[in-house]
Design a protein around this ligand. Structure first.
Ligand code: SF4
Length: 446
C-alpha cells in the first residue's frame, strides 16, 4: 500500500492557504455574537445563557452552519447535543442562577453558586481520581489512568479541551475551571516511564479533552516516544476524538493536517495498530463533504476508524438513528464499536435513558443491520468496577431479571461472567440495580 497516496477529495496540499477553513468558536460569554441565535425566541436564548453559567458550552461555525438544521431548532438533535437547555439543571438550581443574573449579582457570587451546583452533578463519576491513577515509587502519575491491565489512558496537558463540551461527558468538569478536577500529563516521559515498567500494557489511549485539538507538534512529543523499540509491547495506539464529527478539517486542510497524517502513517509503519476512536453521536455528522474527505484521508494513513457514542435522549434515542449510523459507518469503512450508556454525571437528568429502554433501542437497531455492523457492543456502562453491558430482560425461575455482563473489569476474571439484577424499568445506572434471586450483593461486591 502506498501510504503517501493522497485521497482524491479535500487533498490538503492542493488547498491554497487562503482557502483553508478557519475556525470561529463561540462559548458562553460569546453567545450574543452567534448570528444564528438571533432566530430563536428570547426565552430560549435566556435559558441557554443561564445554563451556560453552570455547564460549559462551546461550539464552532462548522457545527452551526453545516450540522444544525436551524429550521428544526430547538428539537434538532445536533442543537440538543450541543446547546445548553434549562432541563439540564434541577428547576431550583436553574432558578437560583437565573435570579442572581437578573439581580446583576457579582460574577464571583454567580460562580460560587454555580460551583455548588456543579459539585452535585457528580463531576468525577466512577471514582476515577481515587482509583485509576497509577503510582510509580509511591508517587501518583498525574495525567495517566490505568484501570484495565492492557490499557493505559493518557490525558496530555495541551489536549484538555474539545470542539464542543458535551454536558453528558465526565470531562465537563475539566472545562469549567475546577482545577482540582483536571487530569493532565505535561511531560511525555510520565507515560513512557510508566509503560516501560508495565509489559502488560499493549494499548495506549490518548484522550483528553480531545487529543486532536493539539497541534501535531505537541501530539508528536507524546506519540513518537512510543515508537521506541523498548516499548514494542505497546501494539495499539488509540486516539479518542470528536474532531472528525465537529472539525473534520483537522485531518484535511488545517495547516498541520499533513503532518498529523504523516505521524499516523509513521506509527503504522512501525507496526502499531492505530485506532481513531471516533466519537460519533448522530448520522448527520457523517454526511458532509468535509467529514467524508476526512474519513478517506484518515483511512489512507492505515489507521482503523472505530466509532462510539453514548445513547442519549433527545439526540439518538431511537433504533432507526442507530441503525442508520452504523450502516453509514460500515459503508464508509469504519467499524462500529460501542453504544455507551450515558454516565452518571453532568446533565444526566436530561440525557439519560433507563437501561431497559437503552437495551430495547440497541436490540432493535442491531437486529436490523448486517453482520458487519454488529460489531457494536452495548449498551455498556463504564462503571467503577468495569464496563458492564446490559444483555437485556429475562425471566429466570419465575423472576423477572436484567441480565448483565462485564466486557472489561478491574479483575479480568469477572469478564463475561453473567450476573443478574432485579428487573427495574427506571434504573439508569449500575448503582441503582439490586441483585436478583434474593442475593444481598453482586458477586463483584463480595
Ligand atoms: S471528550 Fe468527547 S464526549 Fe467528552 S466533552 Fe469532549 S467531545 Fe464531548
Amino acid at each position: 500500500m502506498n501510504r503517501t497516496a493522497r485521497p482524491h477529495t479535500g487533498a490538503p496540499n492542493d488547498t491554497p492557504a487562503d482557502a483553508r477553513r478557519r475556525m470561529t468558536t463561540y462559548n458562553g460569554t460569546r453567545l450574543a455574537t452567534l448570528p444564528a441565535l438571533g432566530r430563536l425566541p428570547a426565552a430560549l436564548r435566556r435559558d441557554i445563557h443561564v445554563v451556560s453559567h453552570v455547564l460549559p458550552f462551546r461550539v464552532n461555525d462548522y457545527v452551526v452552519d453545516e450540522l444544525i438544521d436551524w429550521d428544526r431548532v430547538p428539537d434538532d438533535p445536533i442543537f440538543r447535543l450541543t446547546f445548553p437547555h434549562r432541563d439540564m439543571l434541577r428547576p431550583e438550581d436553574f432558578d437560583a442562577i437565573a435570579s442572581l443574573l437578573d439581580a446583576g449579582a457579582d460574577p464571583r457570587v454567580v460562580r460560587d453558586a454555580a460551583d455548588a451546583i456543579r459539585w452535585r452533578l457528580e463531576p468525577h463519576p466512577g471514582a476515577q481520581l481515587e482509583q485509576n491513577v497509577p503510582h510509580v515509587d509511591g508517587e501518583p502519575c498525574h495525567g495517566l489512568q490505568h484501570k484495565y491491565a492492557e490499557t493505559v489512558l493518557v490525558f496530555p496537558a495541551k489536549g484538555q479541551t474539545c470542539h464542543t463540551y458535551c454536558a453528558y461527558c465526565f470531562r465537563w468538569a475539566q472545562f469549567v475551571g475546577m482545577k482540582e478536577l483536571r487530569q493532565q500529563a505535561s511531560d511525555p516521559s510520565v507515560l513512557t516511564d510508566y509503560v516501560a515498567r508495565h509489559g502488560e500494557v499493549t494499548d495506549v489511549l490518548f484522550t483528553g479533552g480531545d487529543p486532536m485539538v493539539m497541534s501535531t507538534e505537541q501530539l508528536e512529543r507524546h506519540v513518537s516516544p512510543l515508537l521506541d523499540p523498548s516499548l514494542d509491547h505497546v501494539r495499539t495506539i488509540r486516539f479518542g476524538t470528536k474532531a472528525l464529527a465537529y472539525w473534520p478539517f483537522r485531518f484535511t486542510t488545517d495547516p498541520d493536517a499533513d503532518a498529523l497524517c504523516a505521524l499516523l502513517e509513521r506509527c503504522v509503519d512501525h507496526g502499531k495498530h492505530v485506532a481513531i476512536m471516533v466519537h460519533c453521536t448522530h448520522p448527520r455528522e457523517l454526511e458532509t463533504p468535509a467529514a467524508l474527505a476526512a474519513i478517506r484521508r484518515l483511512r489512507a494513513t492505515g489507521a482503523v476508524l472505530r466509532t462510539q457514542s453514548p445513547i442519549i435522549r433527545h439526540v439518538n434515542d431511537d433504533a432507526v438513528t442507530w441503525a442508520t449510523m452504523w450502516n453509514r459507518q460500515v459503508g464508509l469503512g469504519m467499524v462500529p464499536y460501542y453504544m455507551f450508556v450515558e454516565r452518571d454525571t453532568g446533565a444526566h437528568r436530561y440525557f439519560a435513558l433507563p437501561l431497559v429502554e437503552a437495551h430495547r433501542v440497541y436490540r432493535d437497531a442491531i437486529s436490523s443491520v448486517s453482520g458487519l455492523a454488529r460489531t457494536a457492543r452495548g449498551p455498556s456502562m463504564s462503571a467503577t468496577p468495569g464496563k458492564v453491558v446490559v444483555d437485556g430482560p429475562a425471566v429466570i425461575q419465575g423472576e423477572r431479571v436484567l441480565a448483565l455482563r462485564f466486557l472489561q473489569a478491574r479483575e479480568p476474571a469477572w469478564c463475561n461472567r453473567p450476573f443478574f439484577a432485579r428487573f427495574d424499568p427506571t434504573a439508569t445506572w449500575l448503582d441503582q440495580l439490586r441483585p436478583a434471586f434474593g442475593e444481598e450483593r453482586f458477586f463483584f461486591e463480595e
